[in-house]
Design a protein around this ligand. Structure first.
Ligand code: NAP
Ligand code: COA
Length: 290
């Protein structure tokens, strides 16, 4: 891991409502990875619609700061809980803490993930295993704990944050592509088995999202402004995604409009995966920068 200071999360200066403001009033969302990035903004948008949240990750300092920021901006409650999604005991304790505080968990967002660019030829056994454990096992661990302790009897919606990397075998991303593909498969199984419990299970697959750790790690940090412009021009909608785009997609899935959605993936990338360069030339360029 790099020794750089973590960016401090900020809420949006303004938010344009698409849905009624109270659409999630008095609901509770459990959001892994909610202390930063895309999932921080998912927490913000849910809270702006009346939801209380539990945000979870390994770094308690950042979680506490993010929870304060979210509460101040939205007036809703946010409980920060330290948890490693790879540790079932911690996961079970975190679910208990959430239920003790709020008495319910209506929505689960599985957003905790790890990523780095790495060619297969230099990837260690442990590097591959680590990402599989955070992304795939983590998603299973948290979903199963919340099913057992709450959703089995009460229903709910689970949204797994995946990616588009496995659609085309994106170079230098085997570990993450394999992990996210497994999550998409698991999503379909869970949707089938848990549908009768009133649970819908979905994936949202973001493409490149501005102002995120994921984008920084996958080459965004090293791009000149000209390269960024070219990158955007190559995306069918002519721009990269914003965190709020992904949050709004999640909100739609929870809304009345999304009630028939389960066991499938909403791709939030403006068509980027169709046109993104995945050539050996690109791979050589990135490998040279690593
Ligand atoms: P991010 O801010 O780094 O989010 C990842 C979060 O996961 C962090 O809050 C981190 O918190 C948490 N986390 C990591 N390992 C964990 C563990 N073992 N246990 C508990 N929490 C853990 O990155 P992001 O770019 O916003 O990514 C969010 C999600 O979107 C991820 O699922 C990612 O794969 C997906 N995605 C992002 C992009 C993009 O362009 N950014 C594109 C496609 C998909 P701690 O460090 O405190 O644990
Ligand atoms: N390239 C190649 N291998 C790497 C790597 C990189 N950039 N970063 C880590 N690894 C390897 C390590 O060398 C180690 O393998 P080894 O024991 O064979 O040496 C293995 O991955 C685990 O690394 P470690 O740092 O112990 O894991 P961790 O559990 O502390 O952290 C990470 C998990 C590596 C995914 C870390 O980057 C992280 O915490 N990421 C969260 C934030 C994030 O990735 N956000 C973007 C989401 S899209």
């Amino acid at each position: 891991m790099s020794g750089k200071a973590e960016p401090v999360e900020r809420c949006m200066d303004s938010y344009e409502y698409i849905f009624q403001k109270d659409i999630l009033r008095n609901k509770v969302a459990f959001i892994t990875g909610g202390g930063s990035g895309i999932c921080f903004t998912i927490a913000e948008v849910f809270m702006r619609h009346g939801c209380d949240t539990v945000i979870l990750g390994r770094k308690m300092d950042r979680l506490q700061l993010s929870a304060q920021t979210l509460q101040q901006a939205t007036g809703r409650r946010c409980l920060p809980v330290q948890m490693d999604v790879r540790q079932p005991k911690m996961v079970l304790e975190a679910v208990d803490a959430a239920l003790k505080e709020f008495g319910r968990i209506d929505y689960l967002i599985n957003g905790a993930a790890g990523n780095f660019l790495c060619p297969l030829e230099t990837m260690s056994f442990n590097a591959f295993k680590t990402v599989m454990e955070i992304d795939t096992l983590g998603t299973f661990n948290v979903s199963k704990a919340i099913f057992d302790k709450y959703m089995k009897a009460n229903g709910g919606v689970i949204i797994n944050i995946t990616a588009t990397l496995h659609f085309r075998g994106t170079s230098l991303q085997t570990h993450v592509g394999a992990a996210k593909a497994a999550i998409e498969a698991m999503t379909r199984h869970m949707a089938v088995e848990w549908g009768q419990n009133g649970i819908r299970v979905m994936c949202v697959a973001p493409g490149p999202i501005e102002d995120t750790e994921g984008m920084r790690r996958l080459g965004g940090a090293g791009m000149s402004s000209e390269m960024k412009e070219m990158f955007k021009k190559n995306i069918p909608v002519q721009r990269s995604g914003r965190r709020v785009d992904i949050a709004d997609i999640c909100l739609f899935i929870l809304s009345r409009g999304g009630q028939l959605l389960t066991g499938t993936t909403v791709i939030g990338d403006g068509g980027a995966w169709l046109t993104e360069d995945n050539s050996s030339m690109r791979m050589s360029m990135i490998k040279a920068m690593l």
